[in-house]
Design a protein around this ligand. Structure first.
Ligand SMILES: Nc1nc2c(ncn2[C@@H]2O[C@H](COP(=O)(O)O[C@H]3[C@@H](O)[C@H](n4cnc5c(=O)[nH]c(N)nc54)O[C@@H]3COP(=O)(O)O)[C@@H](O)[C@H]2O)c(=O)[nH]1
Length: 935
């Protein structure tokens, strides 16, 4: 504010100086006045004045100057005779001379002659005095008028004064005095006001009269005194005119330079007064404005830009420069409308001064803002964490902040002026790309960014990742700013997230997402190269049991070992991934032939079949089933190929597992049927469409009912009774067998309970349990649950497992059967003889009963191998203290053979076919003698 006040004071002083030292501005004002005045002047009436010139011709005719005053008297007489309205003698008669009496007499005759006075110098230069006509002449004059004319700063005559005189302005102007005589009803010359302190030694003026100077066409007519005296006719044209008599001859009259005479000869003083007369008569006289008015106008124009420009802004202020013409226009308008002359130069100069002052202030403020912006930018550069390098339009380093210096381990002073690209090449491999971007940036392509984070080597060799942004300065021509944002942590975090999103946390193997991505790429490549992609779907055969029985830590250990073994079995370029649970996918890329795939699949089966040990010395085997899909041969679609490999794996597993299986087209149909059947079976279960039939088991020697076997039937709506051979294998394949098996166990136990409740004496009831049910301990839980619900004696329940089920997974089955045995439920081995039982294993199992398969029983009566097998089986079972049941007994001969060889129990159509529960009641009531078929 203080600075601003200083500027204002300076401006005011300058304005005051302009007003108080006005010479240069006055000259300018006069030029403006001369230009404006003709525009403000209305076309005036014809001059009423005329001039009688004492010219060279008159001098030549009447002798040298000053003339004898009688000659003046002659001129006056001629004018009087002509009828002139008034005569102004623009000739001084301060001293007496010959002919004064004649002149006085002529003046008296005329009665309308005005004589002239002017300031004269007192002897010795002691002041001024009025050069008045001599007393004789003054006495006869109609009036006295001064002929004082003020010369302006440019030495031109534009003004005179209404009154002037020594000490007091006693004398009217000659023109006004003549006007008063010529037109007595016109305005009389103002009376002289006595000045407050009259100074007798100075010439004083009052009532400024600024005069117009019309062109030559309105010039008062001029007549030579000689011609006037010689030609009476000529004098007649002066009738009614105001005639001014004065010298015009060169040598007598220097003349007055006026705006109208600038390019011609000076104007004779007599003409000046004649024109003043015409101007005063027509009212075309101007006055200068009071100095105070001009000062206020000037100060207003000074204040205008200072007050208004801040509101307009820079562009408005520039446009506002046109206001500099305002004083000029205002002066012209005022002059035209009020005939007051307000000099505009000082006001214009003030406006320009104010304008410049505002610009100076504006520039100062702008400079201050720029300085502050620069300081702010420098502080920002110092405080931000980004490294910043500024380059010029040629890509040379201009500036580096401290972060950039640290990043490069080098100071700005050593690299200033270097090409940025060359400098960057020492720290990263993307310098060429940055250089290309920089060139684009400098060409005005706007802000650009390096697509990937820049890998930068710090001076100590440590790598870091930088996100590089190039921003042009202005449109780029002035240079650019390269900002390096350290994104090392973000990049590392992103990489970790990406790794976690694409890898299995337990094994570290690629997960589904990554596998699918690679598989798609591999298939695309294989199609192009005409090679093969092999997809191996690896499923561990016993993993669930390992997890359930040995715990998750063991399970995790097994999965890790499997992962390592799988990776060790393939090439580095191949992908081993964990698909989920105990499923792994191996992607063999760029394979040329099927045999090679078979070889690798075989190798995997073999390495996974090896024992896995833990730290405590425990070991187990996690064999696997592998399904193989070949792309693009089987399919070039990743998901489809995966599904094919899955089907192949499942088919292999159904066929016993522990091997690899290539996908074949029929697996699709098989799979679809399986899905359909699964749906139907689940529906049947929910819809209670299953029911149990029962087949009696008869003690051969006592001929009494000693047991029953439950056999499931599906009473399918619209299809009648469906036998288990039709749907049990499908139920086993799709896993629904677990639910069906649970239902059968519950239903069998409930049926025994119902028979007991009816007062019947129940016998042990055998329930078939499939191999799939024995893959975990679920069946034990189902037995417990069935017994708990029915509350029957566990001894009344038996389970039947096929020989192959018991032998498939001996250790686990032994554990499972032990659990069953501990509950008190019996165990029978079904279809004995069809498999390859190891006797030692049989001995380990808590088996209570062996059932000889009906395929051996059919031919026993005729002798041969079957008879021998049956005999051997009976002996073996008895040796292991098991009961022997012969299945499929259809004839008395068969029964007789079995009885003869000490078989314990017989079951078959010879006694009864499987029957509904309602019919079993008869068997439970019947005495032993009635048990034979048809009995
Ligand atoms: N998991 C489960 N499996 C079950 C269940 N119920 C039955 N099954 C299995 O289905 C197989 C076929 O049973 P089914 O069609 O009922 O056949 C049984 C008898 O009808 C038949 N049989 C009995 N006596 C004779 C005969 O003298 N001649 C002859 N040709 N067939 C005869 O044998 C089948 C019983 O055999 P087995 O089970 O080996 O004792 C059946 O084999 C079961 O595996 C179930 O609930 N769960």
């Amino acid at each position: 504010m203080a600075q601003r006040g200083g500027w204002l004071a300076a401006a005011t002083l300058a304005a005051v100086a302009a007003l108080t030292q006005p010479a240069p501005l006055q000259r300018l004002d006069l030029v403006i006045y001369d230009a404006l005045e003709p525009l403000a002047r209305p076309g005036g009436p014809e001059p009423r004045s005329a001039i009688v010139a004492i010219d060279e011709a008159s001098l030549a005719a009447f002798g040298r100057w000053p003339w004898h005053r009688g000659l003046h008297a002659a001129v006056l007489d001629r004018l009087t005779d002509a009828g002139a309205a008034a005569v102004g003698m623009a000739v001084l008669f301060p001293e007496s001379a010959d002919g004064d009496a004649a002149l006085a007499a002529a003046m008296q005759r005329a009665g309308n002659v005005v004589l002239a006075t002017a300031p004269g110098t007192l002897p010795g230069g002691r002041g001024v005095r009025d050069l008045l006509p001599t007393g004789t002449l003054a006495e006869k004059a109609a009036g006295i008028g001064h002929v004082d004319v003020e010369l302006d700063a440019d030495s031109l005559a534009r003004r005179t004064f209404e009154r002037a005189g020594t000490g007091i302005p006693a004398w009217p102007a000659l023109s006004l005095a003549v006007l008063h005589r010529a037109e007595p009803d016109g305005r009389p010359p103002a009376e002289a006001a006595a000045p407050a302190a009259a100074n007798a030694a100075s010439w004083v003026r009052a009532g400024e009269m600024l005069l117009p100077f019309p062109g030559r066409s309105l010039r008062p007519p001029t007549y030579s005194a000689l011609a006037l005296l010689r030609d009476a006719q000529l004098a007649a044209s002066l009738r009614g005119k105001a005639v001014f008599v004065g010298t015009t001859a060169a040598g007598l009259e220097a003349g007055l330079a006026t705006p109208g005479s600038r390019n011609a000869s000076p104007m004779p003083a007599v003409e000046f007064h004649a024109r003043a007369f015409d101007a005063a008569r027509s009212g075309h006289v101007y006055r200068s404005a009071a100095p105070a008015t001009a000062a206020v106008f000037t100060l207003l124009m000074l204040a205008l830009p200072l007050a208004v420009h801040p509101l307009l802004g820079l562009r408005g202020a520039i446009a506002g420069s046109a206001f500099a013409l305002a004083p000029l226009v205002a002066s012209g308008v005022i002059l035209y409308s009020t005939r007051v002359w307000v000099p505009p130069a000082a006001a214009t100069a003030s406006f320009v001064l104010g304008h410049l002052l505002w610009f100076a202030l504006y520039l100062k403020q702008t400079r201050g803002s720029l300085l502050r912006a620069r300081l702010g930018a420098e502080a920002t550069l110092r405080s931000i964490a980004d490294a910043v390098i500024t380059v010029d339009g040629a890509g040379r380093i201009v500036l580096m902040n401290e972060v950039a210096e640290k990043l490069a381990g080098i100071g700005l002073d050593r690299v200033q002026g270097q090409a940025a690209a060359g400098f960057l090449a020492g720290f990263c491999s993307a310098a060429t790309e940055i250089d290309r971007l920089l060139a684009d940036c400098l060409r005005g392509h706007g802000t650009l960014r390096l697509s990937e984070p820049l890998e930068w080597r710090r001076p100590d060799g440590a790598p870091c990742s930088l996100r590089v942004t190039l921003t042009p300065i202005g449109d780029g021509g002035a240079g650019a700013v390269l900002a390096f944002n350290d994104v090392t942590e973000t990049v590392a975090f992103t990489a970790r997230l990406l790794y976690e999103a694409t890898h299995d946390p337990l094994t570290g193997l690629p997960n589904r997402t990554l596998l699918l991505d690679r598989l798609r790429q591999a298939l695309t490549q294989a199609k192009r190269k005409d090679s093969l992609v092999a997809l191996l779907f690896v499923d561990l055969d016993r993993f669930k049991r390992i997890n359930d029985s040995l715990g998750h830590n063991w399970g995790d250990h097994v999965l890790k070992v499997v992962a390592q073994r799988l990776e060790a079995s393939v090439r580095a370029g191949d992908t081993v991934s964990r698909w989920g649970g105990d499923e792994f996918i191996v992607l063999l890329d760029n394979v040329t032939e099927r045999n090679a795939v078979a070889s690798i699949a075989g190798k995997i089966v073999e390495v996974l079949d090896r024992e896995i040990e833990t730290d405590d010395g425990t070991s187990l085997v996690a064999s696997c089933s592998i399904g193989v899909g070949l792309g693009p041969q089987d399919s070039d679609d990743a998901e489809t190929l995966l599904s094919m490999a899955d089907k192949a794996m499942y088919r292999g597993k159904m066929e016993g597992g522990g091997n690899f299986t290539f996908y074949a087209a029929d697996m699709n149909t098989w799979s679809r049927d399986r899905l359909k059947m699964e749906g139907a079976l689940r529906h049947a279960l929910a819809n209670r469409e299953f029911e149990l039939f029962f087949q009696p088991q008869v003690d051969i020697h006592g001929n009494r009912l000693v047991g029953l076997e439950s056999l499931i039937r599906w009473r399918k709506p619209g299809a009648g009774l469906v036998t288990p051979a039709t749907f049990i294998p499908a139920a086993e394949e799709c896993g629904v067998i677990r639910s069906i098996g649970e239902w059968a166990l519950h239903e069998a136990a409930e049926q025994v309970a119902r028979w007991s409740a009816e007062g019947l004496q129940p016998v042990p009831l055998a329930v078939n349990v499939s191999a799939r049910q024995c893959s975990d301990m679920g069946v034990v839980e189902a037995i417990r649950s069935a017994l708990a619900c029915s509350r029957i004696d566990p001894g009344l329940l038996k389970i039947e497992l096929t020989e192959s089920t018991t032998m498939h997974n001996v250790d686990f089955v032994a554990t499972l059967l032990d659990s069953v045995n501990r509950i008190g439920v019996g165990v029978a081995v079904d279809d004995f003889g069809t498999g390859y039982s190891s006797l030692s294993y049989l001995k380990r199992f808590p088996i209570t009963e062996l059932k000889i398969d009906k395929s051996f029983v059919g031919e026993i009566a005729t002798g041969g191998d079957d008879a021998a097998i049956v005999r051997g089986t009976i002996a073996l079972a008895h040796g292991l203290e098991m009961t022997v049941v012969a299945e499929g007994v259809e004839t008395a001969a068969q029964l007789e053979f079995l009885a003869g060889h000490h078989c314990d129990v017989a079951q078959g159509y010879f006694f009864a076919e499987p029957m509904p529960a309602s019919e079993v009641r008869r068997w439970l009531l019947a005495p032993p003698s009635q048990l034979a078929r048809g009995g």
